[in-house]
Design a protein around this ligand. Structure first.
Ligand SMILES: Nc1ncnc2c1ncn2[C@@H]1O[C@H](COP(=O)(O)OP(=O)(O)OP(=O)(O)O)[C@@H](O)[C@H]1O
Length: 227
C-alpha cells in the first residue's frame, strides 16, 4: 500500500481566550485508494485537523507528508502551488461562483494552474462533469442547480487538476439522503477505481460506517484509527 498522507505527532494549540491544546499527538496514515471519514463529537477537533492536513494552517508541531513530499516547513507560496496541484477540496457550502456556469466553475482551478490550454481544460472539465452525470448541465449557471447537483459540480471542480487526495469538510451536511448516498458512492468510486485518497470530516454516521475505515476523534485525540 502506498501512503497518500502521513501525519506524525501533530499538536496544535489555540492561545485565545486561553491556552488550549486542541490536537494532541495525532498520528495516522491514509493510503492511496482509501476513503476514510473522520468522525467525532462537535468540538473534538475534526475541522482543525483537516485544516492542518490541507496545509491551510501551518501553526502546529509535528510533520505532515503528502504524496511523499514533506509539506511541513514549505513556504506559503510553495504550499499554495502544492495545494492546487495535489489536493482537491470539497466543502459543505460548495463555494461555487453563482454568476459562472457549471463548466466555468470546474475549469477555474485548472486555468489558475495553467497546465493545459483553455480548449484542453474545457475538454477535461466536460469529461469530469460527464463522469458525475452532470454534462447536460454544463452550460447552466451554477446558482440555478439543486444542492445535490451543485455538490457534484464542486466535486468535479475538486478533481479537475487530478489531485491524489480529496479533503472534504461536511460534504453531505446540506444534502438529503439520496444525494448523500450519491456523494458517498462517488467518493468510494474515486478511491477504489481511480486510486485517489479521500478524507472526509462528517457528522453523518450512516455515511461514515460504510467506508473502508473510520478515524474517530475525541477531545483532540484519535480514539479509533480503524482498520
Ligand atoms: N480559532 C480558534 N480559536 C480558539 N479556539 C478555537 C478556534 N477554532 C476552533 N476552536 C476550538 O477548538 C475546538 C475544536 O474545534 P473544531 O472546529 O476543530 O471542532 P469540530 O470537531 O470540527 O467541531 P464541529 O463538528 O462542531 O465542526 C473547539 O473547542 C473550538 O471551540
Amino acid at each position: 500500500m502506498t501512503p497518500a498522507l502521513t501525519a506524525e505527532k501533530l499538536n496544535k494549540y489555540f492561545h485565545e481566550p486561553e491556552e488550549f491544546r486542541v490536537l494532541q499527538d495525532i498520528s495516522f496514515t491514509i493510503n492511496k485508494g482509501e476513503f476514510v471519514p473522520i468522525i467525532g463529537k462537535s468540538g473534538c477537533g475534526k475541522s482543525t485537523l483537516l485544516y492542518l492536513l490541507s496545509t491551510l494552517d501551518t501553526d502546529y508541531s509535528g510533520t505532515i507528508t503528502i504524496n511523499g513530499e514533506r509539506v511541513t516547513g514549505l513556504s506559503q507560496n510553495e504550499l499554495a502551488l502544492f495545494r492546487n496541484q495535489h489536493i482537491g477540496f470539497v466543502f459543505q457550502f460548495h463555494f461555487l461562483l453563482p454568476e459562472f456556469t457549471a463548466l466555468e466553475n470546474v475549469m477555474l482551478p485548472a486555468l489558475k494552474l495553467g497546465r493545459w490550454s483553455k480548449a484542453e481544460t474545457e475538454e477535461r472539465a466536460l469529461a469530469q462533469l460527464q463522469q458525475l452525470e452532470m454534462a447536460p448541465f454544463a452550460r447552466q449557471l451554477s446558482s440555478k442547480l439543486s444542492g445535490g447537483q451543485q455538490q457534484r459540480i464542486a466535486i468535479a471542480r475538486a478533481l479537475i487538476n487530478e489531485p491524489m487526495i480529496i479533503m472534504a469538510d461536511e460534504p453531505t451536511g446540506n444534502l438529503d439522503s439520496g444525494n448523500t448516498r450519491l456523494v458517498f458512492d462517488i467518493f468510494n468510486q474515486l478511491a477504489h477505481e481511480k486510486g485517489i485518497a479521500v478524507l472526509a470530516v462528517t457528522h453523518d454516521l450512516d455515511f461514515a460506517k460504510q467506508a473502508d475505515r473510520v478515524i474517530e476523534m475525541k477531545d483532540g485525540h484519535i480514539v479509533s484509527p480503524g482498520a
